[in-house]
Write a protein that binds this ligand. Structure first.
Ligand code: IVH
Length: 245
């Protein structure tokens, strides 16, 4: 059971809806808003739990309240630290959320190998990542080229963060990979600029994304805005056009 539910994101289907999101934020907070823009990775959300710096449990998102225990499979992912680096304060409890994915070249060579061996092929990197995480035998998971980018805190005991950008800056110090394309900016001008930027580099990325996520940077403001039943009011996913097969 997740100590804090893993919510999903509400969608902005077009520019008007993105504008409306910013208007609502401005109305609720009565100021210009600082946002963090992040690529929306098309993989699988996982939660990693550390107790006194040691990785003790990992799970899938599940229904957002209860996930599946995939600790042993996650331990085979090289990019997930089994112990936190001590370059940053180690809290008693640290929950980190992120997206597990497979990049394009790794996916192609894995399917090529499967073809040679007469095994069934994966339809896309996301299915491949999902199948790999759900293995009952973690030695199979260990042969899959899984990667992770971390992007959100869960429950934390013994340390406080003021903002999303501060949390994202702490992650690499502990040893977690964070997406290089994340940016901080202010107001609707930033939302539009960042969306266009991600749209323009999408084809050069080595992994699949299906949108852009915008989060209100200040955690105090996030708390003020609160959540709906299944999604926070302080974040939105701006959809990118689906890629044609
Ligand atoms: S934040 C409450 N950040 O999108 C915030 N999610 O629809 C929710 N996702 O289940 C998570 N990239 O699997 C966040 N940079 C990112 C993300 C991201 C992909 C996925 C995640 C989540 C879904 C929400």
């Amino acid at each position: 059971t997740h100590r804090i539910p893993l919510l999903s994101l509400s969608n902005a289907m077009n520019n008007e809806e993105l504008k409306l999101f910013n208007t609502q934020m401005k109305k609720s907070l009565d100021k210009k808003i600082e946002y963090v823009g992040e690529p929306k990775l098309d993989g699988l959300a996982v939660e990693l739990i550390y107790e006194n710096g040691k990785f003790v449990k990992g799970s899938t998102r599940g229904d957002g309240q209860i996930g599946e225990d995939i600790t042993e499979n996650l331990k085979t992912i090289k990019a997930i630290p089994l112990y936190l680096n001590e370059d940053y304060t180690i809290p008693a409890i640290l929950e980190v959320r992120g997206e597990v994915f497979i990049n394009h070249t790794d996916f192609k060579s894995l399917n090529k190998k499967r073809m040679k061996n007469g095994e069934s092929l994966f339809a896309n990197p996301r299915n491949c990542a999902a199948g790999s995480l759900r293995q009952l035998d973690s030695s199979v998971t260990a042969t899959r080229p899984l990667r992770i980018y971390c992007y959100a805190p869960g429950y934390i005991e013994g340390l406080n963060f003021n903002s999303q950008i501060d949390f994202l800056k702490a992650l690499p110090k502990w040893g977690f990979p964070v997406n290089q394309e994340i940016q901080l900016g202010v107001g609707i001008a930033f939302l539009n600029k960042y969306y266009k930027y991600i749209e323009s580099i999408r084809n050069n990325l080595t992994y699949d994304i299906d949108g852009v996520v915008f989060k209100v940077n200040s955690y105090k403001d996030q708390e003020l805005l609160g959540t709906r039943s299944r999604s926070p009011r302080w974040a939105i996913a701006a959809k990118l056009k689906a890629v044609q097969a």
